[in-house]
Design a protein around this ligand. Structure first.
Ligand code: GDP
Length: 201
């Protein structure tokens, strides 16, 4: 079976490195899908659910993690990337600036980047930096797939209403959306298929 048609393919993801600076990034070849998002939205839980691991992406509340980009290899030419979370209440301004520069350099310079997965807490909706990412992706024609996380916290009706409303407001060709819950395993298969689709390009 072709690897990218196999829903189990992402289970092969393995930690490569946690990079503070660009020279530590793996070679920019093949294809890469990056996970961005506000801290605490459930990004690490989503990466773990999608790869079928329990602790591949480490959930961490320490602002120090805002300075690292973590690379996972699925095979020799395909990677998943955990971008540092944003929006920590307590980070000093210089750390915030470092985050912006690091992520900007990654987004603008990485030719193997095929798309972003953006978890957004369904109860909170998008924040300012999420909106910046939407604009940037639109401008650069980069696909962005939104996981509305923690949808188990809302009734099914309320969750789909939130999704419909968001889709109406964003209305962009670059953006696709779905409901997601790592805890209840809602939307995991759809998210896996999306990642595989992006890695295929
Ligand atoms: P990150 O900071 O974005 O990587 O978020 P984490 O994955 O560490 O999750 C942050 C918090 O949200 C943790 O307490 C998780 O247990 C919780 N969480 C993550 N996913 C879900 C989910 O699907 N449902 C619920 N109810 N809580 C979740």
């Amino acid at each position: 079976m072709e690897k990218l048609s196999d829903p189990q393919f992402l289970r092969g993801a393995q930690f490569v490195c946690s990079a503070h600076v660009e020279r530590e990034w793996p070679q920019d070849q093949g294809s890469e899908v990056a996970f961005a998002g506000r801290s605490n939205v459930g990004k690490s839980s989503a990466i773990n659910a999608i790869t079928g691991h329990t602790r591949l992406a480490r959930t961490s509340k320490t602002p120090g993690r805002t300075q690292q980009i973590v690379f996972f290899e699925v095979d020799s030419v395909r990677r998943l990337v955990d971008l540092p979370g944003y929006g920590y209440a307590k980070v000093p301004a210089h750390v915030q600036r470092h985050w912006e520069k690091l992520v900007q350099r990654y987004l603008e310079g990485r030719t193997s980047l095929r798309g972003l997965i953006l978890p957004i807490d369904i109860r909170r909706g998008p924040g300012d930096l999420d909106l910046v990412l939407f604009k940037w992706c639109e401008l650069n024609k980069l696909p962005i797939h939104v996981l509305f996380t923690k949808c188990d916290k809302l009734s099914r009706g309320a969750a789909s209403t939130a999704l419909i409303q968001f889709n109406r407001e964003i209305d962009s060709e670059c953006v696709t959306t779905q409901l997601f819950s790592a805890h209840r395993k809602v939307g995991v298969e759809a998210a896996i298929n999306k990642v595989l689709d992006l890695l295929r390009n």
